[in-house]
Ligand binder design. Sequence first.
Ligand SMILES: O=C(CO)[C@@H](O)[C@H](O)COP(=O)(O)O
Length: 160
Amino acid sequence: MYMMVSGPEEWVNPMAVAGANQSTFHLEATENPGALIKDIWENGMKVCFAIKRGTTVEYVAPWANQIDMSLVMAVEPGFGGQKYMEDMMPKVHWLRTQFSSLDIEIDGAVDPDTIHKCAEAGANMVVSGSAILRSEDPRSVINLLRNVCSEAAQKRSLDR
Ligand SMILES: O=C(CO)[C@@H](O)[C@H](O)COP(=O)(O)O
């Protein structure tokens, strides 16, 4: 569950009770990331920290070895159909070079035209809304996005 909320602490247990197996919260929204991580773990869920455009990616570093995934927003949180922010890709690349086994997700304007940039930067997971929902062949879009990410991940593992 990706929760774009302030005060994420109050949502951890309700998400677990509702059946979520992973909690994604914005790092900017908590005063105590360490306590939030512990609470999510104690509720039996994986942990993902999301960062917005204005947050430096180094802010994730102290927690990166304690979380399961980091989400780099390629749009401002809020709604679909926004313009892709290519200048967020260096954040993804930095995370991939520093934390090779971390799941790194990109959310925002991911489509057949932007997926290669996302994958080359180091993302192994993506969120896509408009590109799929507006397509006459959603399955082919999903397969393309998945295949591009998988091929990039395989190339990275061969290059190590
Ligand atoms: O809603 C958000 C941003 O907060 C994301 O889920 C994406 O914006 C999905 O929509 P597209 O950008 O792929 O249209």
